[in-house]
Design a protein. Structure first.
Length: 281
């Protein structure tokens, strides 16, 4: 087992009294979860603290990072970097139990890191969006999946990407996931992100979306799992249209894996089964 090291998160800014209260609540929840879970990935902690629990006790990820910084600074929480993930545990946890619980989760975690699976996961939400747009008659759109009825989602589908130039304005080698043509708004560029992470304003995917929209004078639309309030607050007045899916979507053929990932004592990842059905219809 790798020797644990202190958590190395950096505090973003001095905290206000109200923020300090939230940080203390975050610390309490971190201690409670790590006591029960022994060791957990950062994503699992985020799921259990930012997405689950009583609504008044849910802690935004940036506050959670500040709490982990404080707990790491005192040596109360240690971390280990392995399998492309950050794993956290209390310094008082017995080493044998940490290793045993880590082994329980690692095999499942490694399945989620398979590059072939992550590409198919990315397509899953795009296909759900594509199917939702097909029956619409109030706009035209560019971008399509061409072989949805030829095979199941155990392998990637073939996609026809939208054009890289609109009205003479070129995106170069960049593309939107879909482009809508509307009579009121003109061009609309849609970006679909089926990721676990919350999309803060400085996220590279958001910056890229806004840059593309400015280049071709399109209205930007972002569809992603979770969008923090600060992103709505800062970017909605600027014209960014946002839709949250709340759950990460997995291909229908990975239904058994999805069920294991939802197991509370393992990775505890929230996944929607409803939209997985849409991708296989």
């Amino acid at each position: 087992m790798n020797t644990g090291r202190r958590v190395r998160y950096a505090r973003t800014a001095p905290a206000t009294p109200k923020e300090l209260q939230r940080i203390e609540l975050a610390k309490k929840r971190i201690r409670s979860i790590l006591t029960r879970h022994t060791i957990a990935s950062h994503r699992t902690l985020e799921q259990k603290i930012a997405d689950a629990g009583p609504s008044n006790q849910r802690i935004n990820p940036h506050v959670l990072s500040n709490a982990l910084y404080d707990l790491g600074k005192t040596g109360e929480v240690l971390e280990r970097q392995e399998a492309n993930g950050c794993w956290l545990y209390l310094s008082t946890a017995p080493s044998a139990l940490v290793q045993s619980r880590f082994a329980d989760q690692l095999a499942l975690w490694n399945l989620t890191q398979d590059g072939r699976l992550t590409l198919r996961i990315g397509q899953t939400l795009e296909i759900a969006v594509y199917r939702a747009m097909l029956p619409q008659r109030c706009y035209k759109f560019l971008g399509a999946y061409l072989d949805l009825h030829e095979h199941n989602d155990k392998t990637l589908y073939r996609k026809e990407e939208p054009p890289a130039a609109l009205d003479g304005n070129s995106l170069g080698d960049r593309r939107f996931d879909f482009v809508l043509a509307t009579s009121i708004a003109g061009w609309v560029g849609v970006e679909v992100k089926n990721k676990r992470e919350r999309m803060y304003p400085g996220n590279k995917d958001i910056r890229d979306l806004l840059a593309k929209a400015l280049t071709v004078d399109a209205v930007p639309v972002l569809i992603a799992r979770r969008i923090p309030f600060v992103t709505f607050r800062l970017l909605s007045p600027c014209g960014l249209i946002i839709h949250q899916t709340y759950n990460q979507l997995y291909p229908w053929s990975e239904m058994d894996l999805a069920a294991k990932l939802r197991e509370k004592t393992l990775l505890d990842i929230t996944i929607s089964a409803l939209v997985m059905i849409l991708t296989s219809a």
